[in-house]
Design a protein. Sequence first.
Length: 322
Amino acid sequence: MAEGEGRRPPRLDGTVAVVTGASRGVGRGIALALGESGATVYVTGRSSRTGERTEGLPGTVEDVAEEITARGGTGIPVRCDHTDDADNRALADLVRERHGRLDLLVNNAWAGYERSAEVRFDAPFWQQPMWRYDLCAASLRAQYDVTRLLVPLMLPQRAGLVIGIGFTDGDTYLGQAAYDVFKHGSDRLNRAFAADLRKHGVTALALHPGFVRTERVEAAWEALSAGPAAVLHSVEYVGRAVAHLAADPGVSERAGTVLTTGDLAEEYGFDDVDGRRPPAFRLEGRMTLATRMDRLNRVAAAATAAAATTGTSAGSAGTGTP
């Protein structure tokens, strides 16, 4: 089936959403899928046409906002560093001023992969610099801060949905101490949000993508001659899962749970943009997720450097998992 052929996305007309870290990668895919469903989407991120782009990577909040509008939704770009409390307050003030409420918050922003080429991502903890711990810690703190500021915009209507994008696999160690702690912490944080919000009609849950298929990730796996090709999927596959959750009148029954994109695709009956339906990703074998990501990030960094030298595009900047 060609992309879009015979597809009927769930309708989210009138829905006001915030997707953090949406200038590229998984966040972009979520924002675009919500736009396709007719939602108004605040697209946040540090990369903007009016300033710097994160690590010089392609994609800006303005680019994505325009794509959302072209698909039938309303895109609103907001340059925002979620590790900056003032930026988060300004975002909350903007949503309150323009719409007076919020229906959906997707916490996708994650800085833990930045500077990955400097030190092996899967190095043991005693060889890791503290800045790597700090990047992961700041990412989790950002989720906490933006959620506590935006949830009050959901409380008056006693309805709303908070989705945290992350990845864990049960008790399996992810292969890097800080990464493991804060990824598991993200799931736990959403469980705590759910417990506090349960009596207020607002639902919080965690959603896990698998390995996300961007041009650079695909090229990296091909170069490595390894990888879970069967579960690689597009960024919009995650977005379609989010859209179906947002449109589900029974989503409150999922409060505090950890869901996977592949499992939701089976349940709701949606496919990826290429017509495939990749299953949920599970960690198997001896290679940890951190080692997989180290290899991906290094190949992707080399592609970016080569593109900068030749003046060509390296494709999407999204990493394999958020």
